[in-house]
Design a protein around this ligand. Sequence first.
Ligand SMILES: Nc1nc2c(ncn2[C@@H]2O[C@H](COP(=O)(O)O[C@H]3[C@@H](O)[C@H](n4cnc5c(=O)[nH]c(N)nc54)O[C@@H]3COP(=O)(O)O)[C@@H](O)[C@H]2O)c(=O)[nH]1
Length: 506
Amino acid sequence: AGGPPWIALHEARRQAYDAEAELALNYARDVLHRTDETARQAMEAISQLRRAGLASCSDAARAAMREIDLTSTYIQAVGHLNGDTMECSSQGGPPVHLNREAFHTSRDVAVYDAVPLVAGGRNPLIGLAREGVIVVVHRDLPLDIWTAVPDVALGVLHLEGRRAVMARGPVDPAWMDRVGARGETTFVAGDRLVALVRSRRFVTTVAVAAVPARYLHERVAATTRRLVPAGLFGGLAAAAAILLLARQRMSMTSALRSALRRGEFYLLYQPLIDMRSGACVGAEALLRWQPPSGEDVGPDLFIPVAEQTSLITRVTARVLDLVERDAGDFLARHPDFHIGINLSPADLRSCAVVERIDALLARTGARPTNLIVEITERGFLHLDSARAVIAALRDRGIDVAIDDFGTGYSSLSYLETLDLDFLKIDRSFIEAIGTGAPTSQVVGHIMAMARTLDLRMIAEGVESEAQAEFLRTHGVHYAQGWLYGKPMSFADVARLTSYARRPVRG
Ligand SMILES: Nc1nc2c(ncn2[C@@H]2O[C@H](COP(=O)(O)O[C@H]3[C@@H](O)[C@H](n4cnc5c(=O)[nH]c(N)nc54)O[C@@H]3COP(=O)(O)O)[C@@H](O)[C@H]2O)c(=O)[nH]1
């Protein structure tokens, strides 16, 4: 019930963060675009002058510098550099002495701050110098982008210079440590949502946009107001559904208790057919519940509830009583006829079920070979106790089958460690035979696995002659399904049995 509101809150935060981060990333991408273009124009200007091969500060060189200055969009001036002195430039005027270079890049570009082409306090000019040419750019030009809110901090970080080359607003050079190899990243640092975008062309350049985190918080609040009511509604609906289910389960549990008391259960038996002789050599006992109120309740509904409560062992005990009542005499007279009895995982936790089976055999005079105990893969979750029960049953000569094989936790590694007699191939795989469905191949693998483990095979849910033919030709020993008979009374099964049949064992 708490899930949907929690998901709504989480989703509101995620959506708000994504939206705000995308905004910040777009600012950083704009800055990077302008920074890359500035660097490109600067490098191109330097190459152009070097290629021209003009004498430094000659009239022709000054003219070429002026032309570059006037035709480029991001360059403020171009000059000739000798040591730390700009001897001439496209701006004219006397030689100017530069401050010590701020840092040097691995591309052999010297970066100068505050190139003194202007007088006064705040000097916004940066110099990029290589091979005796210096290009002067305005520090704020790449940062001159439109932002929806005024207090977005923008900057350009240089990974080698470990500094902000350009900045508008508070930009922390330490942020560059988080840029990583991916090229773009966002994170919250203090009161800012920071977006970093690394240049592909000038890989040591990182553009940064830092949006005040309060916009993120405002967006989270707005998205939360939008999503949380739906989440709360979902939570209430889930709570109502859970309550309803719990009530149903409680009423199902108490109804099951009284059904056990009042003897409302009965068994139907589905014939088990020998694939070679076609004879009915056994039957699977399938439980039914007929409440006094009317229609039968299927085991699919009440077995799971019985398994989740402590009632399942009592249900299994009732099944054994019903087998004794329906088939006890018949089994005593037909030692090669087999009744399949389903056990639930809880039955395998102790040997109590083995004692009950012993009592059934003793009272009826049936033999252990009359019984096949069917265990689903879920029964092997508590492997040690299941192994002890299986061993006790097999010591007595009772066969053990793994039921619904392939639908649960089948693992060849644990199957190899269990002593079993039969593998029942689940109906879903039989249905797929010859259909071309992806699962149609699985039955072949299951049969190969059964042969590897030396297990006899029973196919479940055989509905067509084509399926039966396929199974027969692939060496499946036994089958059950509507092709041979739906679950029926034991008296009907007894009538079906033919004494020409071959025994199941041997
Ligand atoms: N622990 C216990 N579990 C039991 C017991 N009795 C039944 N069950 C389990 O309930 C599940 C459903 O069983 P049921 O509704 O009886 O269905 C069985 C058959 O009627 C059905 N079936 C058989 N052949 C066909 C077929 O050709 N087509 C088709 N559509 N359905 C068919 O399959 C069910 C038998 O399943 P399985 O046990 O896997 O052989 C079921 O999981 C039972 O195990 C009980 O006493 N104790």
